[in-house]
Design a protein around this ligand. Sequence first.
Ligand SMILES: [Zn+2]
Length: 396
Amino acid sequence: MAFGEGCGGISSPEASSGRYDLLVSGGRVVDPSQGLSGPCDVAITGHSIARVAAAIPRAESRRVLDASGKIVTPGLIDVHVHVYDGVAPLGIPADPHCIAKGVTTVLDAGSAGAHTFPAFRRQIPLSDTRIFALLNISVIGQASMTPETPYGELLDLRYADPRVAIRTIEEHRDLILGIKIRLSREIAGENDLKALAIARAAADAVKLPLMIHIGDTHTPLRDLLAMLGRGDVVTHTFHGREGGILDGDGRIVPEIRAAVARGVHLDVGHGRGSFSFDVAEKALRQELLPGTISSDVHRFNVDGPVFDLATTLSKFLHLGLSLDQVIARASTHAAGAFGFPRGLGTLREGAEADVAVWSLAEGDFEFVDALREKRIGHRKLVPVATVKAGRVWGRK
Ligand SMILES: [Zn+2]
């Protein structure tokens, strides 16, 4: 885009030294919430965005973060991670994998159930990453399952109790933004539809969205989708297992189109076993785009093939989405999909001053999906610096 496009032109000359606390200067701002994509500076006062404009004089700020040649976005939101470290075996510490990688806000997708959520609540403030959660409909959350003990939380349906889930959500509404249910055979066996009915009832009772994990389910996908309505979320949309979004001819099944038409939201949730380049390529060719791009980063994929949200976003750059499109799906769209506090995922004036700085590396990069299929991409988002609530993370 042309210089200063959408950024309010040249900064006014009324300089008073030090009026801002921090200036992210010289970068290309990509903020889909305001339609910004061009050279721009971001000025911060306290924990809020004070101003976004072209060429704000550096002398107006007490500190400057030089973003010359870099991409500047809102601090990103990853709506599918597992950061209940030490209790859910797949949990990882949030900070090294989230805020250190440009992700200031995450949604833990069901690591905790009602019985394990209270201790998660005590753990959350120990991270700098801003953590919210979806409550697993099973009271044990994801505490049971590892590659060595592959016995999921819904094999015994008695662990899915709507009363306990509802009570826990009512007690922790500031942190719990919805309900999560995992429906694959190794997790729910033949209980998937009954468990989903329980989760549906609980979600309706508390008026929060329901996120369902699909892939290799006992019940056909169409019958699971029929239980979802406006605001609910399907994660692992582009998985390559049985029960996917494509028919035998590689065409999007009509029930997916119908679900999207009634307001069901499609999330990526790459994960260890849940993202196929082949499925995503076929879906994108048929103009089925994800609403949100999330990583599902956890212990069993953080060393590959997922690594972090930036790598998942880079895979979608390779698949043909624009930079603005991928950033939107990890900022504006993510903020809109769940009831996060206002002012996240945006650089609007007055918003929380969460900012991520990236380099957009060019070269030949090998990307691997959950089926170990490889693609060579030519652009890669590399995290450079993160600002959360006005403070540069990791710097004194
Ligand atoms: Zn997950």
